[in-house]
Design a protein around this ligand. Structure first.
Ligand code: ATP
Ligand code: MG
Length: 513
């Protein structure tokens, strides 16, 4: 069946799957054109179901309804054709929906028992697919004629069908908010990000405009970014203290090359390195930094926890690694983040090394060697640089090493400010963050230790308040110097001098930076 404009695309987790229109099944007449229109309308109503990866057979029952509704218009032979056609589609759709990334896991007998006429692998959409998916989805809302779908496609790396659906819905809401605000707005009143869009639009558009989409983009994050992290990381650079030099370095090494592949290609011969390794003692902010990068926007971010990739089934871990790199190449510009990579790339005598880690390691190396590093980068974090296989640190792989170390006094102050920003937790005016940061007892305190200290002081203050007034009153609650003092007596640095020396020594081996 050939594709033409009369086909109705239905997007499934990103990729367009085509439902043949009635006119392609039976000869075109005026009646079939009318039926076709009705069909398209109905199918669109059902689209939402198809975006859910958990959609099941019942969810797709809607297609049967459509066929039933049509029967009265058709003679028996036509009816047969339509049923055949649509049932075929239903099977394609089902295999697509249930098979997102997991088609291999389906029972072979089930797959081969002629239930599925065709397997459709639904992939992360590339830039062009994203803009056409957005075009289809935007039919459900009123959009401005000059909406730039190409630009939107470029701004949504890593967004899959369901994310794009959410994005379109959100853009509709933003437009509503904008119009409502505009009606109630007093002259010269100016506040949220919504106002920015109002200010830039001279003629207030009643339809959804580009800026509505850009605001929606800030609110809807692609689900790829949520992979691997237990929760959606809401962390931004404002939550991280004292890492400005690391931020700048990462912006230069990650964002610039990934966002400007054409520049890199023109100005540098051959393959440039594609791996960056964050290393240093535990609790100093490596994972937090990666989460902040994930939230930077305009790049897809796939996060993988090292230990989670290891699987007891032979070949399964390697397949996961392959999938991750494939996914990244499709979602470019993209950063893959391997947290706790030491779980995957440990250096031991070959005989000692378990078969799984050995083959996972070679899989990662193979993938990195063949990786399109112009628009994809691999970021990794470890607190066990000493055990990493040297093959992974070789030039061309993770040859960009960034040490995330224990903070000094000034850095501690910066971190304390970040941890207590926006008056959360509320500190009494007698609390001096500077004197805490410069207290010699805080030597070797990591970011995590500082967070632990403030958390403990908070708990102590809660207990004290409850003991005094029998309840917790947020209006009166503040952390006072003596709460911090008590917490300090209970808490020490998690890193000893010897440990620190050890970390610095292994960092120096790979060139401390
Ligand atoms: N620079 C920092 N600014 C603010 N908070 C920090 C900073 N560093 C660490 N923290 C706090 O410590 C917690 C742990 O940090 P994180 O998980 O990023 O450390 P890590 O270096 O990844 O440790 P590990 O090596 O054990 O994985 C964070 O959730 C955060 O609360
Ligand atoms: Mg970590």
């Amino acid at each position: 069946m050939s594709r033409n404009n009369s086909e109705l695309p239905v997007t499934l987790m990103g990729e367009s799957v085509i439902i043949p229109t009635l006119t392609q099944l039976i000869e075109e007449t005026e009646a079939t054109k009318e039926i076709d229109k009705a069909l398209k309308k109905k199918a669109r109503l059902k689209e939402r179901y198809l975006f859910s990866p958990s959609a099941n057979f019942e969810d797709l029952g809607g297609i049967d309804d459509i066929v039933n509704d049509l029967k009265e218009y058709l003679d028996p032979e036509q009816r047969n054709l339509v049923e055949l056609g649509y049932n075929g589609c239903k099977r394609i759709l089902i295999s697509g929906v249930s098979g997102v990334g997991k088609i291999d896991a389906l029972d072979y007998g089930f797959m081969s028992a002629a239930r599925f006429t065709k397997k459709v692998y639904i992939d992360v959409p590339d830039e062009k697919s994203r803009s056409s998916i957005l075009k289809v989805l935007s039919k459900s809302i009123k959009i401005n004629e000059d909406l730039n779908f190409d630009e939107l496609g470029a701004k949504t790396p890593g967004y899959v069908g369901s994310d794009l659906r959410d994005l379109v819905d959100e853009a509709g809401l933003v437009a509503d908010e904008r119009l409502r605000k505009n009606k109630t707005r007093k002259p010269n009143e100016k506040s949220s990000d919504l106002d920015e869009s109002m200010e830039t639009e001279t003629n207030i558009s009643r339809n959804v405009i580009d800026t509505d989409f850009y605001i929606a983009l800030k609110r809807i994050k692609p689900s790829l970014k949520r992979d691997g992290f237990a929760s959606i990381p809401a962390i931004t650079w404002a939550d991280i203290g004292a890492c400005d030099h690391i931020r700048k370095k990462l912006m230069a090494t990650i964002l610039l090359p990934v966002k400007c592949p054409a520049f890199m290609e023109k100005t540098m011969r051959g393959k440039t390195s594609c791996g960056i390794l964050l290393h240093g003692p535990p609790g100093c902010g490596k994972t937090s930094i990666a989460k902040a990068i994930a939230n930077e926007g305009e790049i897809a971010f796939i996060s993988v926890k090292g230990p989670e990739v290891l699987n007891m089934y032979v070949g399964e871990s390697e397949r996961k690694i392959r999938d991750i790199f494939e996914k990244a190449a499709k979602a470019k510009p993209c950063v893959i983040f391997f947290d706790e990579i030491d779980a995957l790339c440990t250096e031991r005598a070959a005989s000692e090394r378990s078969n799984v880690t050995q083959s996972v390691l070679s899989q990662i190396l193979t993938e990195m060697d063949g990786f399109d590093n112009q628009s994809c980068l691999v970021l990794a974090a470890t607190n066990r640089l000493d055990v990493l296989d040297s093959a992974i640190l070789r030039p061309g792989r993770f040859d960009n090493h960034i040490y995330v170390g224990v903070p000094d006094e000034a850095a501690r102050l910066d971190i304390l400010k970040a941890i207590t920003r926006n008056n959360k937790p509320p500190l009494s005016s007698e609390v001096s963050l500077k004197s805490i940061a410069y207290d010699s007892r805080l030597r070797n305190f990591t970011g995590a230790d500082l967070r632990g200290l403030i958390e403990r002081a908070h708990t102590i203050a809660c207990i004290e308040m409850y003991d005094e007034i029998g309840t917790l009153d947020e209006e009166k609650f503040v952390i006072k110097p003596h709460h911090i003092e008590s917490a300090l007596k209970e808490r020490g640095a998690s890193i000893s001098d010897e440990m620190l020396e050890f970390y610095l020594k292994s960092a120096k081996k790979v060139g401390l930076s």
